[in-house]
Write a protein that binds this ligand. Structure first.
Ligand SMILES: [Cu+2]
Length: 364
């Protein structure tokens, strides 16, 4: 769509006005955020009154905070196969059983359900979700494992699960005969291959609407010998068309605009950090991931164990994904965001906070 100054204005105003209207405390929080942000302003030289505030406001992002973090993007970041749930509850959605050759049968219960989610302060989006969350739960297997997913459609529209990876056509979830009607269920079963970073999403029509409403998640297939130990993070680049005009108003990683400006991603200096980056942004052809102050190794689609590229900015088309590896060299805050500045200002921006590793025996 042709972008006009008017649409740009309305997209930006949406975030700011929504925050102001939603919370009495928003202005207070925002002024604190601006104060904190000034330390990262990067504008050289003295500011005159007002100018400093205006400039620092670029970093304040969405005004205020969302009123609920359910699910919490900071928890989603490091959750694999429902690991965020207590064991009893987890067993309802995920079970693993040894089969031949040291492989596992991994059984999942995934359900589609309509649910309103708060994607920016005061901005509620009528999402279609897997298991009540956007993105859906991160599923993870080792190459050669058997994956069995019981899918129940408790939503109001026909939905499916379409996995990227090797599988027979009847497991593809893409054809008219594959649609799972509201109230119905279907069992998807296939061997997890090839190793890499994949995704799953609904493949009902109209496709872009079903995906954009929130029906997607990361699907990680580990190589048989695994990857080197690391602090592992899942970042799904997503966006929301809140007024259904075919253009996104809110951008993020893991749904909540500017969440990691308020809750920086804690990492350790010197430790290997592995980021699973998936782009499911609809309506924009491209999205990108840029990290300040350092470089990362790229493993495109995660299908090789050798890096193909070392860079600080990665570009991904819709549906593309890559594994990134790096080590933070210095303690402190490092910004990460889409290098499309418009996306960054509309929510797709955050901080890592690197801390020195604790001395042996010291509390973490
Ligand atoms: Cu759907």
């Amino acid at each position: 769509m042709q972008e006009t100054p008017a649409t740009t204005l309305s997209r930006r105003l949406l975030l700011r006005l929504a925050g102001i209207g939603s919370l009495g405390a928003a202005a207070v929080v925002a002024s604190k955020a601006r104060g904190a942000a000034q330390g990262y302003g990067g504008h050289a030289g003295p500011h005159v009154d007002g100018q400093a505030d205006r400039h620092a406001g670029h970093l304040a992002g969405a005004v205020g905070r969302v009123t609920s973090l359910d699910p919490d993007p900071s928890v989603y970041l490091r959750s694999f196969n429902f690991s965020h749930l207590p064991p009893n509850e987890r067993a309802r959605f995920y079970r693993e059983t040894p089969i031949a050759d040291g492989k596992l049968l991994r059984e999942y219960e995934i359900y589609a359900v309509d649910r309103e989610i708060e994607i920016a302060p005061g901005v509620f989006f009528p999402a279609w979700t897997y298991n009540g969350q956007v993105p859906g739960p991160t599923l993870r297997a080792t190459e050669g494992d058997r994956v069995r997913v019981r899918f129940l459609n408790q939503g109001s529209h026909p939905h499916t699960l379409h996995f990227h990876g090797w599988h027979p056509p009847q497991m593809d979830g893409s054809m008219p005969e594959h649609q799972v009607q509201p109230g119905d269920e279907f069992v998807y079963e296939f061997d997890a291959e090839p190793f890499g970073l994949h995704l799953y999403h609904c493949h009902a029509v109209p496709l872009k609407r079903h995906i954009h409403k929130g029906l997607y998640g990361a699907f990680i297939v580990d190589p048989p010998g695994g990857r080197p130990p690391a602090d592992e993070l899942v970042m799904v680049m997503n966006a929301f068309d809140t007024n259904f005009d075919g253009d996104n108003e809110v951008y993020a990683v893991n749904t909540v605009a500017h969440h990691h400006l308020h809750a920086p991603v804690a990492v350790r200096v010197g430790e290997l950090v592995r980021i699973y980056v998936v782009n499911v942004t609809e309506f924009d052809l491209l999205n990108s991931f840029h990290l300040h102050g350092m470089f990362f190794d790229v493993f495109r689609t995660g299908t090789r164990l050798e890096t193909s590229e070392t860079t600080d900015t990665l570009m991904l088309c819709q549906g593309e994904r890559a594994i990134l590896e790096t080590r933070f060299r210095y303690p402190g805050r490092f910004m990460f965001h889409a290098h499309q500045s418009e996306f960054a200002e509309l929510g797709w921006m955050g901080f890592f906070e690197a801390r020195e590793a604790a001395a042996p025996g010291a509390p973490a």
